[in-house]
Design a protein around this ligand. Structure first.
Ligand SMILES: Nc1ncnc2c1ncn2[C@@H]1O[C@H](COP(=O)(O)OP(=O)(O)OP(=O)(O)O)[C@@H](O)[C@H]1O
Length: 297
């Protein structure tokens, strides 16, 4: 029954990956990633430099063929998407460089022709609001301006699925806020499903409904942003009881004085590991940023 439910959920999902494995030059970059986005959710994908976030995003969108595993977009195999499905997706890569010989306005006019729901007014007003000279060649824009134009392109197509690879990397704080507001608006009002990768935990807290943490090509955790504080904690055990540490933890750090810190998780029944109740054990709540630092270090 559970398998059937899972299959249905995956089939209906705007974006889903199962068992994705990939390697570059003999080095594993994705080690069997399963990830499903529910319609209307905003998933923040976080992880250290080189964790595999861009590779995962590109594999999920069918932009290359991974060594193993499958990805689907709106239930269609990502590698052979129909034109209808493609028209419902907007993807902004980390370093947009396409069509650099056109001006911002020319590029937006050109791309707009391929999208049935293209919002011409939004494109024009966003160019003005984000202070982009419409007739300047894309190649001559600063990286932040270039990224803004690509974000305008993505948003003007009114996608059902918006995928942003580190959208805020080159943006100043004001532009970042505006982008996040726009993303939250699209998700809230139009039900757009959003996947974005980021290093900026506060951005994620501001707009994401869910968070997934990729570490060395593996998805270490995935849960609701509001749930993380309830679900994960740091357990500190002094040396004399450190042997009682649970076998499973998300991270484990031995200290010089013999004590041990671990990131632990509640089980399916909502219980912390037994060691948390031992006299001398200490359980600390973890904010999202602390949680990532603890796990990724
Ligand atoms: N085309 C490629 N050829 C060889 N190695 C690659 C290629 N693309 C990515 N890699 C390597 O795969 C690993 C994961 O890269 P990826 O860009 O997916 O990470 P990331 O999590 O997006 O990193 P960042 O946060 O720095 O953008 C890195 O070690 C990178 O050097």
């Amino acid at each position: 029954m559970e398998a059937v439910l899972h299959e249905t959920e995956t089939r209906m999902a705007p974006l889903a990956a199962s068992g994705l494995i990939h390697a570059y030059e003999g080095r594993n970059v994705l080690t069997g990633v399963d990830l499903v986005l529910e319609p209307g959710s905003v998933l923040g994908l976080i992880g250290r430099n080189g964790a595999g976030k861009s590779t995962l995003i590109r594999a999920m969108l069918g932009l290359f063929k991974p060594l193993a595993g499958t990805a689907t977009v709106f239930g269609e195999p990502a590698l052979t998407l129909s034109d209808d499905a493609k028209a419902r997706i907007a993807y902004v890569p980390q370093q947009p460089d396409a069509l650099a010989w056109l001006s911002a306005k020319q590029m937006l006019d050109f791309i707009g022709r391929f999208y049935p729901r293209w919002d011409k007014n939004f494109a024009a007003s966003a160019l003005e609001r984000w202070q982009i000279q419409p007739n300047k060649l894309l190649a001559k824009l600063s990286p932040g301006e270039r990224q803004r134009v690509d974000l305008i392109r993505a948003l003007a197509s009114q996608p059902d699925l918006l995928v942003l690879d580190e959208p805020a990397a080159a943006l100043d704080p004001v532009a970042r806020r505006e982008l996040l507001r726009e993303v939250a608006l699209r998700a809230g009002e139009s039900g757009t499903t959003v996947l974005f990768s980021t290093h900026i935990v506060s951005d994620l807290e501001r707009v994401a409904s869910d968070v997934a943490f990729l570490h060395q090509g593996a998805l270490l955790m995935r849960c609701g942003v509001d749930e993380t504080k309830e679900r994960y904690a740091r357990l500190w055990l002094p040396g004399h009881i450190s042997a009682a540490a649970p076998a499973h933890s998300l991270s484990r750090r031995h200290h010089d004085d013999g004590s041990l810190s671990l990131v632990v998780e509640r089980d399916a029944q909502g219980r912390w590991p037994e060691a948390t109740t031992l006299p001398g054990a200490r359980v600390d709540a973890l904010g999202l940023e602390d949680l990532f630092v603890e796990i990724a270090e």
